[in-house]
Design a protein. Structure first.
Length: 432
């Protein structure tokens, strides 16, 4: 039996995919303490872990970022993204270090496991020498000579010109676009005598777990030897959530051969006028059954006759009935869709969504509309493309088959156990 300390940012999309890893470690006889928001305490305890609350940093797990950071409303688009990184992510580092050090002194864990947004994890790994594994929660965004910086939504470039573009892009991101973020991070690091480095996706020297497959990622010039593709971390089937009263309508549409289209916007970019409303209007007069999640049952407007809506529907029972998935590009939903071989229409540019959309287009599993506010015509054309062109579904099914060769929670647990036992970097058998 080993003792592990997990730490995740107070964001639902950073908690849900890691829960199966925690549960698997607990089932294998280990003791896990999970540090995160009090708003996720029930989810933590349901995984079998002990809950440790955020005490020395702002707990924004309720998702009301504008209340916790009142100045945020003054920023939009990229400026808001920069604000979020500076105040939400960098702003949490000191408090997280304080809390995690206290837990480490009390628990003496064999290893720490974090999501990549926990900047405190990099500090503790480097300064205190804590064996630390990262479980990524999005696309692979580690620095690479062929891949532009995370967030720019640019495709890879393996040619000399492409590599030059990438090099210049990193200079632009670090010293211009995210200059405020890096300045704030350097200030904190210098204050405490910590090493300084650009505040962007990183890998500890110990272990990095990527919850996808190589076929879903851009081709890379290099791959860290401690990085392991483990396949998708899928949510557990919800047993405590009632399906909507109109669930039989989906079954009837499916039985009648009517295409089922799912549209959702995730948990952060939730303005229904961006994607849900135009999708409902775009498909209103088509022989399709449209399901919208993340909105009130009446929808952001009067629902068309061929549409139904709910604030939440568990994706595990829903996705097998879906023929096309319209999303603003949240990684978790995209992975669930691909695990079911469903082609995708992506429309989003905030958070990690431009990067997710870029990989959807690059791998041929769907269409990337490259905007937060697509027109009805764009959505209509894209949905019909992924439904009628078999190549999209064939590529999605190829990823599905690749996913099926993995048991991500088990693979993650075994690699984390190896880190705890050896206290040395966990290297792939076939490093490239």
């Amino acid at each position: 039996m080993a003792r592990f300390l997990f730490a995740t940012m107070a964001v639902p999309g950073h908690v849900a995919p890691i829960a199966p890893v925690v549960r698997t470690l607990v089932e294998r006889g280990h003791e896990v303490t999970w540090y995160t928001s009090t708003f996720f305490a029930d989810k933590v305890r349901a995984s079998g872990a002990s809950f440790a609350p955020i005490k020395s940093a702002i707990d924004f797990g309720d998702g009301d970022y504008d209340r916790h950071f009142p100045e945020r409303v003054n920023y939009q688009g990229l400026r808001q993204v920069v604000y979020d990184f500076e105040h939400i992510f960098v702003g949490s580092v000191e408090g997280y270090v304080t809390d995690l050090r206290e837990l480490i002194e009390t628990l003496h864990p064999a290893a720490m496991v974090i999501d990549p947004a926990v900047g405190a994890g990099a500090i503790l790994s480097m300064v205190d020498g804590i064996p630390t594994a990262i479980v990524n929660v999005s696309v692979l965004a580690l620095e690479d000579p062929a891949i532009p910086p995370f967030g720019m939504g640019l495709p890879p470039g393996l040619s000399p010109a492409g590599r030059l573009r990438t090099k210049l892009a990193y200079v632009l991101v670090d010293h211009v676009i995210f200059a405020r973020v890096n300045r704030a991070f350097r200030t904190i690091c210098k204050k405490h005598g910590w090493p300084t480095f650009p505040f962007r996706p990183y890998a500890t020297r110990w272990l990095y777990l990527q919850p996808s497959v190589e076929a879903l990622e851009y081709p890379r010039a290099s791959l860290p030897p401690q990085l392991h593709y483990i396949g998708p971390l899928l949510p557990d089937r919800a047993t405590d959530h009632q399906l909507p009263s109109w669930w039989a309508d989906i079954k009837a549409a499916k039985a009648a051969g009517i295409p089922v289209v799912l549209v959702t916007q995730g948990t952060i970019a939730t303005d229904p006028t961006e994607l849900i409303s135009p999708t409902l209007r775009a498909l209103e007069f088509e022989d399709m059954f449209v399901v919208a999640t993340g909105v009130e049952p009446t929808g952001p407007e009067s629902l068309p006759p061929n549409a139904r809506a709910a604030e939440f529907i568990p994706f595990v029972p829903l996705m097998p009935m879906v023929d096309a998935y319209v999303t603003n590009g949240g990684f978790g939903g995209v992975v669930i869709a691909l695990a079911n071989g469903i082609p995708i229409v992506s429309a989003g540019t905030t958070e990690d969504k431009a990067e997710v959309g870029g990989r959807i287009a690059y791998t041929g599993v769907g269409v990337d509309l490259k905007t937060n506010r697509p027109t009805e015509e764009q959505i209509h054309r894209a949905v019909f493309s992924v439904l009628r062109d078999p190549r999209y579904r064939e590529r999605a099914q190829a990823i599905q088959q690749d996913f099926a060769t993995h048991n991500a929670p088990l693979e993650a647990a075994q690699l984390i156990e190896q880190l705890a036992a050896t206290k040395t970097p966990v290297i792939r058998r076939d490093p490239t």
